[in-house]
Design a binder for this molecule. Structure first.
Ligand code: DHB
Length: 391
């Protein structure tokens, strides 16, 4: 069979692209290795930039984000036992939304299904020939049938373990890596909210992040060793670690049973360029950020927005201008987000082996951000999301 755009990967990036293309009458087929349920059950970050929310709402994916999500007009940075609010509305006139990113996937999957989109879950053995000039995909469908698909163009939105990014020849690509000597221990807990806003805490015992999900379920993280095993952590050990890092000066966490535990790795990664012939990379397939600041999904959705506008213009007018500039335009924001995620990480976490100077300097950095309208505005602008370049 044939289609216009073959999309490898049915996570938020792949589904969003397929949805936007369908709105312009452009055909696509989405191939996803996992089951719909397995993707939905993977706990992810909870923060959406205003631009991500706008695209979800305006493209008709979800108004649930506005009804069930919570608008957050600021965050707290907590260090030396004191909280300092960064007021996004006052500083840059924008907000973010707390809405679990798994719900973004659920909304997209439901929308594609309702619109009769061709999204195939449980696909294995995807192989692509001719990505440069004339793409032909072979794969095994969820029901075991061998299939072939020819497409005008292929989009690799197949996540951090991407097959597609390896199709770009070594001589024409460049990879950037950074590893960090720590990870996050993430929990879901059956407890009421401890705070209305997110708290990013630096302490002499390490970093912690207090986030939320619902009235009765909360999400929290604390810095840990990357080799930490969740089985070694019972509820009391988890809560005493969190208490030590955030309680004090009248603030006390509301505790409850721990429902889910996971260790999240920290990596920064970019592969450039995002295009090779008829193949385009989007989202985690091309770049990974450490979780501090929750940029991963937001960045993937931005790639897709830029790529969609390029594809739309190509199919409407035959112009390849947008496709030709896609990589550079998307990478502009990718590197801003790489910097922001790295900066928030390094400003809030002490690395093992850091000296007293390193930690004292870090407090100086935090103080210079919270005590300056310019510093705080910079953080607020990055956190809520930079304006998108016009196509
Ligand atoms: C969440 C995760 C993040 O990485 C972050 O910076 C903020 C919030 C979350 O899961 O709620």
């Amino acid at each position: 069979s044939t289609t216009q755009v073959a999309i490898v990967g049915g996570g938020p990036a792949g589904l969003m692209l397929s949805h936007l293309l369908a709105g312009q009458g452009i055909e696509s087929v989405v191939l996803e290795a996992r089951s719909r349920q397995a993707i939905h059950e993977t706990v992810r970050a909870g923060i959406l930039e205003h631009g991500t929310v706008k695209l979800l709402v305006e493209s008709g994916v979800s108004d649930r984000v506005l009804r069930e999500g919570d608008r957050h007009d600021g965050i707290e940075l907590r260090f030396n036992g004191e909280s300092h609010r960064i007021d996004f509305q006052d500083l840059v006139g924008e907000s973010v939304w707390l809405y679990p990113q798994t719900e973004v996937f659920a909304d997209l999957a439901a929308r594609r299904e309702a619109d009769g989109g061709d999204v195939r879950y449980g696909v294995s053995g995807v192989s692509i020939e001719g990505a440069e000039t004339d793409p032909a995909l072979t794969f095994t469908d969820g029901d075991g049938r061998e299939s072939e698909l020819r497409a005008d163009l292929v989009v690799g939105a197949d996540g951090s373990r991407s097959y597609c990014r390896g199709l770009i020849p070594e001589q024409t690509r460049r990879r950037y890596f950074k590893e960090y000597p720590f990870a996050w221990f993430g929990i879901l807990t059956d407890a009421p909210r401890s705070s209305d806003e997110l708290i990013y805490a630096n302490s002499e015992h390490g970093f912690a992040l207090i986030s939320q999900r619902t009235e009765i379920m909360q999400r929290m993280y604390f810095q840990c060793d990357p080799r930490e095993n969740v089985a070694d952590w019972d509820d009391e050990r988890i809560w005493s670690t969190l208490r030590q890092r955030v309680n004090g000066n009248g603030f006390e966490l509301k505790e409850g049973p721990v429902l889910e535990k996971v260790v999240l790795p920290f990596r920064s990664f970019v592969q450039e360029p995002l295009r090779h012939g008829k193949l385009f990379l989007a989202g985690d397939a091309a770049h990974t950020v450490p979780p501090t600041g929750a940029k991963g999904l937001n960045l993937a959705i931005h790639d897709v927005k830029v790529l969609f506008e390029a594809l739309d213009s190509y199919y409407r007018t035959g112009s390849t201008g947008g496709l030709d500039t896609y990589s550079d335009v998307a990478l502009g924001r990718v590197w801003k987000a790489q910097h922001f995620s790295y900066w928030m990480t390094s400003m809030l976490h002490a690395a093992p082996g850091d000296s007293e100077f390193d930690q004292a300097r870090r407090l100086g950095e935090l103080n210079s951000v919270v005590s300056s309208r310019h510093g705080a505005s910079y953080l607020a602008e990055c956190y809520t999301g930079w304006p998108s370049p016009r196509a």
